[in-house]
Design a protein around this ligand. Structure first.
Ligand code: FES
Length: 248
């Protein structure tokens, strides 16, 4: 893993907004007295949500807020790559997965788009201030490689063209759709299922023993009868302890 250092240029101070401060105070009540340091990750995350990145004053503020040594908060912020240690683009910070499955499926082409449209080097902000990018390790959606993450969502099955359109839409403030950018539902095969396509496989049994409507995704979540009301064979009586009765 690359060495992660704080940015050279730092703001002079950090403070939570009123709403975020109230949220942070409530967050630490989730932990037992004296264990408020356990809230360090969610509170760092809230600071990043507010500012876009984690600054050195934010680390000091959080250390004081949680009664921790500053070095302990610094350790957490610099260990987890989800914490961004330098300012990022105003409209989006693009995290491009460069791990093997994404690499095999064209991640280098996606990085080339970043180099041309955002900045030649990762962790630099585009000239207009809108975008920044970085290469990250596996984002856990390899089945739809290659992909990028923007904030909490992933944008998958990208080509240089579809990724370029994504950047255009973000720049223009148009709504973007997370998930696959091709004709695919979640991680199902392109173009729809190719196996187990016989509808009879999904038919339900009626009480008369015939076939009912096929199961849908929500079928499994429908509440059924309580177990005590279901028709079932009578339970067997417990084994007796009397050896004479056991023999008979
Ligand atoms: S390798 Fe890219 S998401 Fe796993």
């Amino acid at each position: 893993m690359a060495v992660r250092r704080l940015a050279e240029q730092q703001p002079t101070s950090f403070a939570f907004s009123e709403a975020n401060l109230a949220w942070a105070r409530k967050e630490i009540t989730k932990y037992p007295e004296g264990r408020q340091a356990s809230a360090v990750i969610p509170i760092l995350w809230k600071a990043q949500e507010q500012e876009g990145w984690i600054s050195e004053p934010a680390i000091r503020f959080i250390a004081e807020f949680l009664d921790m040594a500053t070095i302990r908060v610094l350790e957490v912020a610099t260990f987890y790559t989800m914490f961004l240690l330098a300012p990022v683009g105003r409209k989006a910070h693009i995290q491009v997965c460069g791990t093997t499955p994404c690499w095999l499926r064209g991640a280098n082409d996606i990085k080339d788009v970043c180099r041309h449209r955002i900045h030649h080097d990762q962790f630099h902000i585009s000239e207009n201030g809108d975008f920044s990018w970085e290469e990250v390790e596996c984002l856990g959606a390899c089945v739809n490689a290659p992909l990028v993450q923007i904030n909490a969502d992933t944008y998958e099955d990208l080509t240089p063209e579809s990724f370029g359109k994504l950047l255009d839409d973000i720049a223009a403030g148009r709504a973007i759709l997370a998930g696959p950018q091709v004709d695919r539902s979640f991680s199902a095969p392109l173009g729809g299922p190719t196996t187990l396509t016989d509808a009879a496989l999904y038919a339900t049994q009626t009480t008369e023993g015939g076939e009912g409507a096929p199961l849908t995704d929500s079928s499994a979540k429908k509440p059924g009868d309580a177990a005590s009301n279901r028709e079932s064979p009578m339970p067997k009586p417990p084994l007796t302890n009397n050896p004479d009765e056991r023999r008979s």
